[in-house]
Design a protein around this ligand. Structure first.
Ligand SMILES: *Cc1c(COP(=O)(O)O)cnc(C)c1O
Ligand SMILES: [Zn+2]
Length: 391
């Protein structure tokens, strides 16, 4: 662990780490539920100090943690495989330098384990027994599992329409499940009311700034597993924009500490029917819009972390693409047949995103490209069973 403070993404105001913070004390006060968060906080370390403690030859990863590892729950998150996709061929194009980060192979079946792990650690620091979250399903499954392992109580708000397997995970781990007759955005609002009125630690993505810190471990692993080289491009499925911000934060930390010299280009992949961040980036206007896509994990009307995600995409010379549900389902099958990896639709979206970039001639064939696979296919088998093409 290294000293840090929180800095507001919107106004730059600094907040000390000595107490629990969610949003910026200035900008967060104006936030209206149902819109993207304002005043999301970033963790800023003492990078000059870190630079004296490590270099590329010898990295002490614990210096990049906002929580002392003695508080970590005893739960095996991360260290997921990173492998080259040797046979990938999409729409007649063969790919020679595409790599898969298989984060769908986390214990609860999604990358969300990383954030839930870190928030349970935060609950240990605060000696808080109850953790509350709103989720499309995966953040909740992950929290239910890790809270169970750590002996904590989880209270979970999920849309009634969430895939059955995700609801089964929440139930089997013994979390308190509130099924919301509405969208993820409605669940988000209810969960914040819950912690404001009845207490508990709120794990909502981006609202609790340590969710971004938890997710960044995937960026560190990509770097380590890639022989301490920064890949050229990383494609990331984007709903709230917190995974993307976490990947950004990992490479930002490494750059600030003088360990690396470049950032990977971050490509946000969104579903056509849930493309608020893409629209924000391309038009400059942030407007929430009802989400309709088969990729439930990236179906978000008002992405909580829109501002930071846009900043991260721009700062890395990245871009955003949108993909249709039809292409997502086609690529889910293609990935399963060419690489043996069965991922949920949100993750198949990155394969569709790759095809889209290739078609627009926006990538260089020699670039090293990483596809971030975020959720397991078994979490949503209906997307496969209902797909006419598979019958
Ligand atoms: C949550 C999630 C995403 C999107 O992450 P955001 O931080 O909301 O952008 C993508 N894929 C899977 C499987 C997820 O669970
Ligand atoms: Zn602020």
């Amino acid at each position: 662990m290294t000293d840090f403070f929180y800095r507001c993404v919107d106004c730059g105001k600094e907040h000390s780490n000595e107490q629990l913070h969610y949003l910026c004390s200035n900008c967060g006060a104006n936030w209206q539920p149902g819109t993207s968060l304002t005043g999301v906080l970033e963790v800023i370390f003492d990078y000059a100090k870190i630079a004296t403690q490590c270099n590329l030859q010898q990295i002490d990863w614990s210096v990049f943690s906002a929580i002392n590892s003695k508080y970590y729950p005893n739960y095996p998150v991360g260290n997921t495989p990173f492998a080259k996709a040797i046979n990938l061929e999409i729409d007649g194009n063969r790919y020679h330098n595409v790599w898969l980060k298989c984060d769908h192979l986390n214990p609860s079946g999604s990358l969300k384990d990383r954030a839930s792990f870190f928030i349970v650690a935060q609950a240990n620091v605060l000696q808080e027994e109850k953790i509350v979250v709103a989720s499309t399903g995966n953040a909740a499954s992950a929290l239910a599992a890790i809270a169970a392992a750590a002996g904590k109580q989880a209270k979970i708000f999920v849309p009634r329409s969430a895939p059955a397997a995700k609801l089964a995970q929440i139930k089997v781990h013994g979390a308190e499940l509130i099924l919301v007759d509405g969208t993820y955005d409605d669940a988000f609002k209810l969960s914040i009311e819950e912690t404001e009125k009845h207490g508990g630690l709120n794990r909502n993505t981006a609202y609790n700034p340590l969710t971004i810190e938890g997710k960044k471990s995937v960026g560190f692993e990509i770097f380590q597993q890639n022989n301490c080289q920064v890949p050229d491009v990383i494609l990331i499925p984007v709903g709230d924009g917190v995974i993307l911000s976490g990947v950004y934060k990992a490479f930002f930390d490494l750059l600030q500490a003088g360990i690396t010299e470049k950032m990977p280009r971050l490509i946000a992949v969104q579903a056509e029917g849930s493309a608020v961040i893409h629209n924000y980036l391309t038009t400059g206007k942030l407007t929430s819009k009802k989400a309709t896509t088969i990729a439930d994990s990236i179906a978000v009307a008002a992405p909580s972390n829109a501002h930071l995600a846009i900043k991260a995409i721009k700062a890395t010379n990245g871009l955003s693409v949108v993909v249709s549900d039809e292409k997502i389902l086609e690529m889910q099958k293609l990935l399963a047949r060419q690489t043996g990896q069965f991922v949920e639709p949100s993750s198949a979206a990155v394969v569709a995103g790759l095809a889209n970039l290739q078609q627009q001639q926006l990538i260089n064939n020699n670039d090293q490209i990483v596809l971030l696979l975020t959720g397991h296919g078994l979490k949503d088998i209906n997307s496969v069973m209902n797909n006419d093409e598979n019958k």
